[in-house]
Design a protein around this ligand. Sequence first.
Ligand code: OAD
Length: 242
Amino acid sequence: MDSIQIDAVRERLSEAKKIVVLTGAGISAESGVPTFRGADGLWKNFRAEELATPEAFSKDPKLIWEWYSWRRDIISKVKPNPAHLALAELEEKSGDFALVTQNVDGLHGLAGSKNIYELHGNIWRTRCLECSTVVETRSLPESGLPHCNREGCKGLLRPDIVWFGESLPMEVVTGAFQAVDEADFMFVIGTSSVVQPAASLSSRAKSNGAYVVEINPEKTPISDMVDASFQTKAGDTLPKLI
Ligand code: OAD
Protein backbone atom coordinates (compact mmCIF):
# COMPACT_ATOMS: atom_id res chain seq x y z
CA MET A 1 0.00 0.00 0.00
CA ASP A 2 1.26 3.47 -0.86
CA SER A 3 2.31 5.11 2.43
CA ILE A 4 2.66 8.57 0.85
CA GLN A 5 -0.93 8.38 -0.33
CA ILE A 6 -2.04 7.17 3.12
CA ASP A 7 -0.33 10.15 4.77
CA ALA A 8 -1.87 12.58 2.27
CA VAL A 9 -5.38 11.23 2.88
CA ARG A 10 -4.90 11.22 6.65
CA GLU A 11 -3.92 14.87 6.52
CA ARG A 12 -6.99 15.82 4.45
CA LEU A 13 -9.15 13.82 6.83
CA SER A 14 -7.77 15.57 9.89
CA GLU A 15 -8.54 18.96 8.31
CA ALA A 16 -12.07 18.03 7.20
CA LYS A 17 -14.97 19.99 8.65
CA LYS A 18 -17.74 17.70 7.42
CA ILE A 19 -17.21 14.08 6.43
CA VAL A 20 -19.62 12.01 4.40
CA VAL A 21 -19.20 8.30 3.65
CA LEU A 22 -20.96 6.26 0.99
CA THR A 23 -20.83 2.49 1.37
CA GLY A 24 -21.97 -0.47 -0.69
CA ALA A 25 -22.01 -4.24 -0.42
CA GLY A 26 -18.19 -4.49 -0.55
CA ILE A 27 -17.78 -3.11 2.97
CA SER A 28 -19.68 -6.13 4.32
CA ALA A 29 -17.86 -8.65 2.10
CA GLU A 30 -15.16 -9.21 4.72
CA SER A 31 -17.90 -9.99 7.27
CA GLY A 32 -19.09 -12.77 4.94
CA VAL A 33 -22.09 -11.10 3.26
CA PRO A 34 -22.11 -11.80 -0.50
CA THR A 35 -21.93 -8.75 -2.79
CA PHE A 36 -24.35 -8.36 -5.70
CA ARG A 37 -22.02 -8.07 -8.66
CA GLY A 38 -18.98 -10.02 -7.47
CA ALA A 39 -18.13 -13.64 -8.24
CA ASP A 40 -20.39 -14.67 -5.33
CA GLY A 41 -23.22 -12.39 -6.50
CA LEU A 42 -25.52 -14.93 -8.10
CA TRP A 43 -28.21 -16.76 -6.15
CA LYS A 44 -29.61 -19.85 -7.90
CA ASN A 45 -28.27 -18.28 -11.10
CA PHE A 46 -30.40 -15.14 -10.70
CA ARG A 47 -28.89 -11.66 -10.79
CA ALA A 48 -29.98 -9.03 -8.23
CA GLU A 49 -31.69 -7.06 -11.03
CA GLU A 50 -33.95 -10.07 -11.72
CA LEU A 51 -34.93 -10.53 -8.06
CA ALA A 52 -34.99 -7.06 -6.52
CA THR A 53 -37.98 -5.73 -8.45
CA PRO A 54 -41.69 -5.29 -7.63
CA GLU A 55 -42.52 -7.27 -10.79
CA ALA A 56 -40.48 -10.26 -9.65
CA PHE A 57 -42.26 -10.12 -6.26
CA SER A 58 -45.75 -9.98 -7.83
CA LYS A 59 -44.90 -12.88 -10.12
CA ASP A 60 -43.31 -15.15 -7.52
CA PRO A 61 -43.31 -13.81 -3.93
CA LYS A 62 -42.17 -17.20 -2.64
CA LEU A 63 -38.99 -17.08 -4.71
CA ILE A 64 -38.18 -13.53 -3.60
CA TRP A 65 -38.83 -14.34 0.06
CA GLU A 66 -36.59 -17.40 -0.33
CA TRP A 67 -33.80 -15.13 -1.55
CA TYR A 68 -34.28 -12.67 1.32
CA SER A 69 -34.55 -15.50 3.88
CA TRP A 70 -31.22 -16.80 2.57
CA ARG A 71 -29.66 -13.33 2.93
CA ARG A 72 -31.26 -12.80 6.37
CA ASP A 73 -29.86 -16.13 7.53
CA ILE A 74 -26.33 -15.17 6.43
CA ILE A 75 -26.56 -11.67 7.93
CA SER A 76 -27.91 -12.98 11.26
CA LYS A 77 -24.68 -14.94 11.70
CA VAL A 78 -22.10 -12.28 10.81
CA LYS A 79 -20.48 -9.43 12.71
CA PRO A 80 -19.24 -5.96 11.75
CA ASN A 81 -15.64 -6.06 10.47
CA PRO A 82 -12.72 -3.64 11.05
CA ALA A 83 -13.98 -1.34 8.25
CA HIS A 84 -17.43 -0.90 9.86
CA LEU A 85 -15.76 -0.35 13.24
CA ALA A 86 -13.29 2.20 11.83
CA LEU A 87 -16.20 4.26 10.45
CA ALA A 88 -17.96 4.21 13.83
CA GLU A 89 -14.73 5.42 15.41
CA LEU A 90 -14.35 8.16 12.79
CA GLU A 91 -17.86 9.40 13.58
CA GLU A 92 -17.02 9.54 17.25
CA LYS A 93 -13.86 11.56 16.59
CA SER A 94 -15.44 13.91 14.05
CA GLY A 95 -17.68 16.86 14.71
CA ASP A 96 -19.86 16.56 11.66
CA PHE A 97 -20.29 13.15 10.06
CA ALA A 98 -22.88 11.32 7.95
CA LEU A 99 -22.90 7.77 6.66
CA VAL A 100 -24.93 7.04 3.54
CA THR A 101 -25.28 3.35 2.79
CA GLN A 102 -26.83 1.24 0.08
CA ASN A 103 -26.58 -1.75 2.39
CA VAL A 104 -29.64 -3.24 4.02
CA ASP A 105 -27.75 -5.50 6.45
CA GLY A 106 -27.72 -3.14 9.47
CA LEU A 107 -24.03 -3.83 10.18
CA HIS A 108 -23.10 -0.12 10.38
CA GLY A 109 -25.59 0.35 13.21
CA LEU A 110 -24.28 -2.74 14.98
CA ALA A 111 -20.75 -1.36 14.70
CA GLY A 112 -21.85 1.80 16.50
CA SER A 113 -22.43 4.26 13.64
CA LYS A 114 -25.24 6.68 14.48
CA ASN A 115 -25.96 9.22 11.77
CA ILE A 116 -26.90 6.70 9.07
CA TYR A 117 -28.97 7.18 5.90
CA GLU A 118 -30.10 3.77 4.66
CA LEU A 119 -30.92 4.53 1.02
CA HIS A 120 -32.22 1.06 0.15
CA GLY A 121 -34.07 0.16 3.36
CA ASN A 122 -33.31 -2.55 5.90
CA ILE A 123 -33.54 -6.31 5.55
CA TRP A 124 -34.92 -6.73 9.09
CA ARG A 125 -38.06 -4.72 8.31
CA THR A 126 -41.21 -5.90 6.54
CA ARG A 127 -43.94 -3.78 4.96
CA CYS A 128 -47.58 -4.79 4.47
CA LEU A 129 -48.79 -4.50 0.88
CA GLU A 130 -52.33 -3.71 2.14
CA CYS A 131 -51.96 -1.35 5.13
CA SER A 132 -48.30 -0.27 4.56
CA THR A 133 -47.39 -0.96 8.20
CA VAL A 134 -43.64 -1.33 8.64
CA VAL A 135 -42.45 -3.76 11.30
CA GLU A 136 -39.00 -4.82 12.41
CA THR A 137 -38.91 -8.58 12.75
CA ARG A 138 -36.29 -11.30 12.91
CA SER A 139 -38.76 -14.16 12.63
CA LEU A 140 -40.55 -15.27 9.49
CA PRO A 141 -42.90 -18.26 9.13
CA GLU A 142 -41.01 -21.55 8.62
CA SER A 143 -43.11 -22.28 5.58
CA GLY A 144 -45.50 -20.21 3.48
CA LEU A 145 -45.54 -16.47 2.96
CA PRO A 146 -45.51 -13.92 5.82
CA HIS A 147 -48.74 -11.99 6.41
CA CYS A 148 -49.66 -8.88 8.37
CA ASN A 149 -50.56 -9.33 12.06
CA ARG A 150 -52.55 -6.13 12.36
CA GLU A 151 -56.14 -6.55 13.46
CA GLY A 152 -58.39 -6.87 10.41
CA CYS A 153 -55.50 -7.00 7.95
CA LYS A 154 -54.03 -10.16 6.55
CA GLY A 155 -52.08 -8.47 3.77
CA LEU A 156 -48.99 -10.03 2.22
CA LEU A 157 -45.72 -8.71 3.67
CA ARG A 158 -42.75 -7.72 1.52
CA PRO A 159 -39.21 -6.81 2.55
CA ASP A 160 -38.98 -3.07 3.36
CA ILE A 161 -36.31 -2.64 0.73
CA VAL A 162 -36.17 -0.25 -2.22
CA TRP A 163 -36.24 -2.33 -5.38
CA PHE A 164 -35.19 -1.42 -8.91
CA GLY A 165 -37.75 0.93 -10.46
CA GLU A 166 -38.99 2.18 -7.05
CA SER A 167 -38.45 5.58 -5.46
CA LEU A 168 -36.15 6.01 -2.52
CA PRO A 169 -37.72 7.30 0.73
CA MET A 170 -37.85 11.08 0.33
CA GLU A 171 -36.62 12.06 3.81
CA VAL A 172 -33.65 9.70 3.54
CA VAL A 173 -32.67 11.01 0.10
CA THR A 174 -33.03 14.63 1.19
CA GLY A 175 -30.84 14.07 4.25
CA ALA A 176 -28.23 12.12 2.29
CA PHE A 177 -27.99 14.68 -0.51
CA GLN A 178 -27.74 17.53 1.97
CA ALA A 179 -24.93 15.74 3.79
CA VAL A 180 -23.10 15.21 0.50
CA ASP A 181 -23.59 18.85 -0.49
CA GLU A 182 -22.14 20.11 2.79
CA ALA A 183 -19.18 17.72 2.94
CA ASP A 184 -15.60 18.72 2.26
CA PHE A 185 -14.36 15.12 2.53
CA MET A 186 -15.98 11.97 1.14
CA PHE A 187 -15.17 8.26 1.35
CA VAL A 188 -16.72 5.95 -1.26
CA ILE A 189 -16.26 2.38 -0.06
CA GLY A 190 -17.18 -1.00 -1.52
CA THR A 191 -19.63 0.06 -4.18
CA SER A 192 -19.52 -0.72 -7.90
CA SER A 193 -20.97 2.80 -8.46
CA VAL A 194 -23.43 1.64 -11.10
CA VAL A 195 -26.77 1.93 -9.27
CA GLN A 196 -28.39 5.38 -9.19
CA PRO A 197 -28.86 7.71 -7.43
CA ALA A 198 -26.06 6.54 -5.09
CA ALA A 199 -23.59 6.31 -7.98
CA SER A 200 -23.94 10.03 -8.70
CA LEU A 201 -23.15 11.15 -5.13
CA SER A 202 -19.37 11.09 -5.56
CA SER A 203 -19.37 13.38 -8.61
CA ARG A 204 -21.85 15.64 -6.80
CA ALA A 205 -19.46 15.91 -3.84
CA LYS A 206 -16.51 16.45 -6.18
CA SER A 207 -18.21 19.26 -8.06
CA ASN A 208 -18.94 20.90 -4.69
CA GLY A 209 -15.21 20.90 -4.02
CA ALA A 210 -14.98 17.91 -1.67
CA TYR A 211 -11.89 15.69 -1.53
CA VAL A 212 -13.11 12.24 -2.59
CA VAL A 213 -11.39 8.97 -1.66
CA GLU A 214 -12.41 5.58 -3.04
CA ILE A 215 -11.60 2.20 -1.48
CA ASN A 216 -12.39 -0.80 -3.68
CA PRO A 217 -10.17 -3.70 -4.81
CA GLU A 218 -11.60 -3.28 -8.33
CA LYS A 219 -11.54 -0.28 -10.62
CA THR A 220 -14.99 1.35 -10.94
CA PRO A 221 -16.53 4.04 -13.18
CA ILE A 222 -15.49 6.69 -10.61
CA SER A 223 -11.89 5.56 -10.00
CA ASP A 224 -10.38 8.02 -12.47
CA MET A 225 -12.39 10.97 -11.14
CA VAL A 226 -11.60 10.71 -7.41
CA ASP A 227 -8.71 12.43 -5.60
CA ALA A 228 -7.31 9.22 -4.16
CA SER A 229 -8.11 5.64 -5.00
CA PHE A 230 -7.03 2.62 -2.92
CA GLN A 231 -7.45 -0.62 -4.85
CA THR A 232 -7.52 -2.63 -1.64
CA LYS A 233 -9.97 -4.24 0.76
CA ALA A 234 -11.77 -1.80 3.03
CA GLY A 235 -10.84 -3.76 6.17
CA ASP A 236 -7.14 -3.40 5.32
CA THR A 237 -7.07 0.28 4.44
CA LEU A 238 -9.72 2.08 6.49
CA PRO A 239 -8.22 1.31 9.92
CA LYS A 240 -4.89 2.67 8.63
CA LEU A 241 -6.50 5.92 7.50
CA ILE A 242 -8.58 6.52 10.61
P1 OAD B 1 -22.02 -4.39 -5.83
O1 OAD B 1 -22.12 -5.86 -5.56
O2 OAD B 1 -22.50 -3.88 -7.13
O3 OAD B 1 -20.51 -3.91 -5.67
C1 OAD B 1 -19.71 -4.30 -4.59
C2 OAD B 1 -18.37 -3.64 -4.77
O4 OAD B 1 -17.60 -3.94 -3.62
C3 OAD B 1 -17.57 -4.11 -5.98
O5 OAD B 1 -17.15 -2.99 -6.74
C4 OAD B 1 -16.38 -4.85 -5.37
O6 OAD B 1 -15.19 -4.70 -6.14
C5 OAD B 1 -16.26 -4.17 -4.03
N1 OAD B 1 -15.63 -4.99 -2.96
C6 OAD B 1 -15.58 -6.34 -2.82
N2 OAD B 1 -14.92 -6.69 -1.72
C7 OAD B 1 -14.52 -5.54 -1.13
C8 OAD B 1 -13.78 -5.22 0.07
N3 OAD B 1 -13.32 -6.18 0.88
N4 OAD B 1 -13.55 -3.92 0.35
C9 OAD B 1 -14.01 -2.92 -0.45
N5 OAD B 1 -14.70 -3.17 -1.58
C10 OAD B 1 -14.96 -4.44 -1.91
O7 OAD B 1 -22.74 -3.66 -4.60
P2 OAD B 1 -23.37 -2.19 -4.51
O8 OAD B 1 -22.54 -1.21 -5.24
O9 OAD B 1 -23.62 -1.96 -3.07
O10 OAD B 1 -29.68 -2.93 -4.31
O11 OAD B 1 -24.74 -2.40 -5.27
C11 OAD B 1 -25.69 -1.39 -5.28
C12 OAD B 1 -27.08 -1.94 -5.17
O12 OAD B 1 -27.31 -2.91 -6.18
C13 OAD B 1 -27.34 -2.71 -3.88
O13 OAD B 1 -27.73 -1.87 -2.82
C14 OAD B 1 -28.43 -3.65 -4.24
C15 OAD B 1 -27.94 -4.08 -5.59
O14 OAD B 1 -28.84 -4.63 -6.42
C16 OAD B 1 -30.83 -3.61 -4.10
O15 OAD B 1 -30.87 -4.80 -3.86
C17 OAD B 1 -32.04 -2.78 -4.17
